[in-house]
Design a protein around this ligand. Structure first.
Ligand code: GBH
Length: 441
């Protein structure tokens, strides 16, 4: 690599990220209710090789060993999500104490190891009981979500450093209700837009309710964001890029920062727009302590079907574009200023090979190095990024792709549940160790 990495601030949060359904397993233990992903996985043809998260990485049982692993990587933070159906098996009403006990132990286990807990309330595993009532398309869901958020907060309280309402609401609404590639697998754009509206209300109501508890924890949300580039400077490509940017980025940024949906996309959806109460939507624009950003790749938009030539791609087919993290954070800071940002996810799937207890994933090492270099540049230029969470701690259930895509810096053997550090984990451990002054440079 040509340029050295800017030194990171001393108080920077260095972590890895995971989510409940992707790693926990124990899907029907200790009173957990069914989630929409359990149901979706039963539908033929939805998930590659008919796989599901019933066992996943068995983290529900192996959590202590997994926390030791994180600590061993010299990290000081961990981002995880809570499974709503463990806490409220019917989605509302009856609380399952055993579910809360699990996260209680997890949070204490993190604190004992010097790891700050960063908790996400919703990473896609809605209780099926709520889906039976329409899920995110039901106008009562902001109320259900707020009840759930308060239930979690009242048990875990300020031992948790940060609470995030939603992980990537675009995925919930668009993949779940329009494209149908995620649970619940509905294909109805109007319903997806309605779901996205209700998610905004749920976010705003829940943040307001948590503020009402006088919490000292940081409150925020997590969006998947992308630079969007037109392939050429033709007016058609430019216009298409602006529209895509409005639909995927600003559709989620504008409500949270401004309490409105972006005009360009509203005009575009026209008659498909659900009935929205502009006064009610304002609740989405709660003051936030942080915005979490998941950065994976950019969009390159061509109305003539042009594709990027010679781009390096991951095993997902996504372009490797490290400069994107710099551009994205600079643009965000200018247009949507937040008191702080976290990179709550960044990482890549590659075709790893485990040979003699080693995984030489040079491609992932380079991916991390290059992204951290460009992120460091944004920080040096004044963007208040206060943490970085690599996705992911370990290989896990990659949604519609099942176990076929490996995002971990730790390899998982799904037969034995053995964890093996890949070279990328060792690189990250050394890099963070140096940054934190634990290791000599
Ligand atoms: C994240 O989403 C998730 O938060 C995480 O759970 C997941 O494991 C990780 O990334 C890796 O994928 O081809 O139209 O179906 C990343 C954002 C948005 C990327 C949806 C893939 C698929 C669009 N994702 N996108 S489509």
């Amino acid at each position: 690599m040509k340029d050295p990495i800017h030194p990171y601030p001393a108080d920077f949060a260095w972590g890895v990220a995971t989510s409940a359904y992707q790693i926990e397993g124990a899907a029907f233990e200790d009173g957990r209710g069914p989630s929409i992903w359990d149901a979706y996985a039963l539908m033929p043809g939805k998930i590659l090789n008919g796989e599901n998260g019933t066992t996943a990485c068995d983290h529900y049982h192996l959590w202590e060993q997994d926390l030791d692993l994180i600590k061993g990587l010299n990290l000081n933070a961990y981002r995880f999500s809570v499974a709503w159906p463990r806490i409220l098996p019917e989605g509302m009403g009856r609380v399952n104490e055993k579910g809360l006990d699990f996260y209680d132990r997890l949070v204490d286990g993190l604190l004992e190891r010097g790891l700050d807990p960063h908790l996400t309330l919703y990473h896609w595993d809605l209780p099926q009981a709520l889906q039976n009532r329409g899920g995110w398309a039901n106008r009562d869901i902001p109320h259900w979500f707020t009840e759930y958020a308060l239930t979690v907060y009242r048990r875990l309280g300020d031992r948790v450093k940060s609470y995030c309402t939603f992980n990537e609401p675009w995925c919930t609404a668009e993949l779940g209700y329009h494209i149908g590639r995620h649970a619940p697998g509905i294909q109805d754009l109007r319903m997806a837009l309605l779901a996205s509206y209700h998610i905004q209300l749920a976010h705003g109501d829940a943040i307001a309710a948590l503020r009402g508890e006088n919490t000292r924890a940081e409150l925020g949300t997590v969006l998947n964001l992308y630079p969007v580039d037109p392939a050429t400077d033709s007016p058609e490509d430019q216009e298409a890029a602006l529209l895509l940017d409005a639909k995927i980025n600003r559709w989620y940024l504008d409500p949270v920062f401004r309490g409105t949906f972006p005009d360009r996309a509203v005009q575009h959806y026209g008659d498909l727009m659900p009935e929205i109460d502009p006064e009610r939507l304002k609740v989405a624009a709660q003051p936030l302590d942080f915005l979490g950003v998941n950065y994976y790749y950019r969009y390159w938009v061509s109305t003539e079907g042009k594709t990027l030539q010679n781009a390096e791609r991951t095993d997902m087919g996504w372009e490797v574009y490290p400069e994107g993290i710099y551009r994205l954070m600079k643009d965000l800071h200018r247009e949507y200023p937040a008191p702080k940002y976290y990179i709550t996810e960044n990482g890549a799937a590659f075709k790893d090979e485990l040979v003699n207890g080693q995984v030489h994933d040079e491609d992932r090492v380079r991916f991390l190095k290059d992204h951290l270099q460009h992120l460091g540049r944004a920080i040096a230029e004044g963007v208040p990024v206060k943490g970085y969470f690599e996705w992911s701690l370990m290989d896990n259930f990659e949604w519609a792709f099942g176990y076929s895509k490996r995002f971990g810096i730790v390899h998982v053997d799904y037969e034995t549940q053995k964890r093996t550090l890949k070279d990328s984990a060792k690189w990250y451990r050394n890099f963070v160790g140096e940054q934190r002054g634990i290791l000599q440079k």
